[in-house]
Ligand binder design. Sequence first.
Ligand SMILES: *Cc1c(COP(=O)(O)O)cnc(C)c1O
Ligand code: SF4
Length: 445
Amino acid sequence: MGNIKFKSYSNHNYRKIPQMSLLSEEEKFTIDVVGSVLPFKVNNYVIDELIDWDNFSTDPIYILTFPQKGMLSEKHFAKVANLIKVGADKTEIKKVTDEIRLQLNPAPAGQSSNVPEVNGEKLPGVQHKYRETMLFFPQQGQTCHAYCTFCFRWPQFTQMDEMKFAMKEIELVIEYLKQHTKITDFLFTGGDPMVMKSKIFGAYVDALIDADIPHLKTIRIGTKSLAYWPYRYTHDKDAPELLATIKKAVDMGIHVSFMGHFNHYAELKTKAVKDAIKAIQSTGAIIRTQSPVMRNINADANVWATMWRKQVDLGLIPYYMFLARDTGAQDYFSVPIVEAWDVFREAYKKVSGIVRTVKGPSMSANPGKVQVLGVVKIHGKKYFNLQFVQGRNPDWVGRPFFAKYDEKAIWIDDLYPALGEEEFFFEEYLNRDNKVADEIISNIE
Ligand SMILES: *Cc1c(COP(=O)(O)O)cnc(C)c1O
Ligand code: SF4
């Protein structure tokens, strides 16, 4: 077993990591440059137990956590590299890195336009996009045990305060929940809500339980902690308190689902993660899993088939495969839609029906979660067939629709209607004023 005392590293102190002696000065300089624009954080568990240091430069977990040169455009890289080389002061560097971040689409999928209100007050820590599910970003969960290089929530970690969705007041959240009787799922998200102290998390859950909301059926916890810090459930001082809170919710009849973020089967290999999974399962909670397909990390059907298979062996339920979001270092990580579908299908083909609970590949875009059903040939011509698995308008879900085939397309913005249609069926609605649109949604039966 590794060291169970949490120790984290960022671009300010990563040179103290013993394994850094394996890197050339140039490789370290790359970390300095990219790490000053996109968030970088890693910890002793990831370093000592997950990364294969004999092959670090191609190791998926290394690429998942350590900044890579290709994550910035050549122009942006050169700009920051020059500033660091000439010893520019911090404010000057920050001005440039902030400018670059703004060019990297920091709020994809219209995130900032989903801020709901209750009795005239804004709830900046809440997102309510799909009728049944409310997302809550507790203020104390706005970080992670380590950061993924492809993270789409990265502006929340880079002190760009105006883009944070955090909030404190659970009372308003509960009021909102009470007023929206169609919400069945309450999803704690972040950052990673499991970085919260058990006491704070417990207070939130207690407030939800005490409010006794009949339509609240499920509490979900979106977390990467099983992969990045499994000791959260077994060795952290307040681990027993956390498990007790979860068990309490389960015993009250609430379905508690961990939405575990796993990107590679390497994250499932340690005794620590297996013990953590057992600890969670002992409360009666279920663990579902999700991940994007990422070039340089997991864009390989064998990786997915192995990962899903191992998850099921451990009692986990594969849930979502995503495409790389249109933010941050998307150019470095994204694979074309057609390639992601290929990875999905090849992996899906390899596993038994029990493993095929997974949905994907799916794009979390402004109108909703769009699943790529596949490529269809009609009269010798190829088309994409897609469908919503979640929609701003629930009525869009489960209606297959077509788009022109484009082997280079990587995101829904690259797609165009096919077969004589002038626009996608949902576009007329999307083009209306957002507020009107949201009202329509909340009134749909
Ligand atoms: C993915 C997502 C959810 C949850 O969707 P499910 O399909 O129910 O898992 C809820 N809200 C937002 C904004 C999401 O992106
Ligand atoms: S765990 Fe999720 S929120 Fe945290 S860095 Fe990774 S992708 Fe971002």
